[in-house]
Design a protein around this ligand. Structure first.
Ligand SMILES: NC(=O)c1ccc[n+]([C@@H]2O[C@H](COP(=O)([O-])OP(=O)(O)OC[C@H]3O[C@@H](n4cnc5c(N)ncnc54)[C@H](O)[C@@H]3O)[C@@H](O)[C@H]2O)c1
Length: 261
């Protein structure tokens, strides 16, 4: 029996796909039969695309900074040049810069997080919209966060604000684009043990703290574990494909119960 997949044959562009949640999403989409555009500012995305091809999937790597208008347009153009269509856009690229406190946030942290976490979503969605509309079943999935959506978190003032902006943009985009056949949803992860989180955590704490959970958020997670990138990728894949074709304007929280208590 052939396995059902709601992303089979879809062209899916994933930003921030060189590692972490984005790389896992690229792999899950490809294993479901999607043609994947692995987009990242880091050339290590090339290896992600190669590994997918080795496993029998279809993927290309496109390098570039998706927070600039030129970069966003170039990535969409490369996807269309390779595959001739674009069905799903996964705006996942993001950065985390922690500050001791709100007033110690630097101007560089402010502008970098707003530009990469929020403006990239705006610019890429705008660049991709004509192709997504042409697809007839376009889907945009934005990676937000539980921080800025459900809760605040010390040291995360601008990060949370940038993610709240992503959710706010998505709600209006969903309304404007529904009549044009494009759905827009967000996934809001809790704590995922990716390089993004671990690198920032280890600036202030020891690896032992991380693993034991003594100074970390681990103790606040009812499920008792950090999320894996694959657990987030599965939800993104559901929202990207036709299995979720009656869902739009939603933010799905995937946090192991963190914000439900
Ligand atoms: N890890 C977590 O705990 C967590 C929790 C909630 C939300 N998120 C969000 O999930 C997304 C992915 O996070 P991750 O943990 O996999 O991070 P990560 O650091 O492992 O991966 C992020 C990727 O984005 C790429 N990137 C950064 N700036 C870019 C730019 N301007 N253009 C193109 N690519 C760029 C990086 O090169 C990197 O490969 C982010 O939006 C992050 O804010 C992560």
């Amino acid at each position: 029996m052939t396995q059902r997949s709601s992303v089979r044959g879809r062209v899916c562009l994933v930003t921030g796909a060189a590692r972490g949640i984005g790389a896992a999403t690229a792999r899950v989409l490809a294993s479901g039969g999607a043609k994947v555009v692995v987009a990242d500012i880091s050339v290590s995305g090339e290896q992600v695309a190669r590994d997918i091809a080795t496993d029998g999937g279809q993927a290309i790597f496109v390098g570039g900074d998706v927070s600039s208008d030129d970069g966003a347009q170039a990535v969409v153009a490369a996807a269309l040049a390779e595959y001739g269509q674009l069905d799903s856009l996964i705006n996942n690229a993001g950065i985390l810069r922690l500050a001791d406190s709100f007033e110690h946030t630097t101007d560089a942290q402010l502008s970098d997080m707003m530009r990469i976490n929020f403006e990239s979503v705006f610019r890429l969605s705008r660049a991709a919209l004509p192709a997504l509309e042409t697809s007839g079943h376009g889907s945009i999935v934005n990676t937000a966060s539980m921080v800025g959506h459900r809760i605040g978190m010390p040291s995360h003032a601008v990060y949370g604000a940038s993610k709240a902006a992503v959710v706010g943009l998505s709600m209006t985009l969903a309304l404007e684009l529904a009549p044009r056949g494009v759905r827009v949803n967000c996934v809001a992860p809790g704590v995922v043990a990716t390089d993004l989180y671990v690198e920032e955590f280890l600036k202030e704490h020891s690896r032992e703290d991380l693993e034991s959970g003594s100074a970390s958020t681990l103790a606040a997670i009812p499920i008792g574990k950090y999320a894996t990138p694959e657990q987030i990728a599965e939800v993104i894949t559901f929202l990207a494909g036709d299995a979720s074709d009656y869902i739009t304007g939603q933010t799905v929280v995937v946090d192991g119960g963190f914000t439900g208590i």
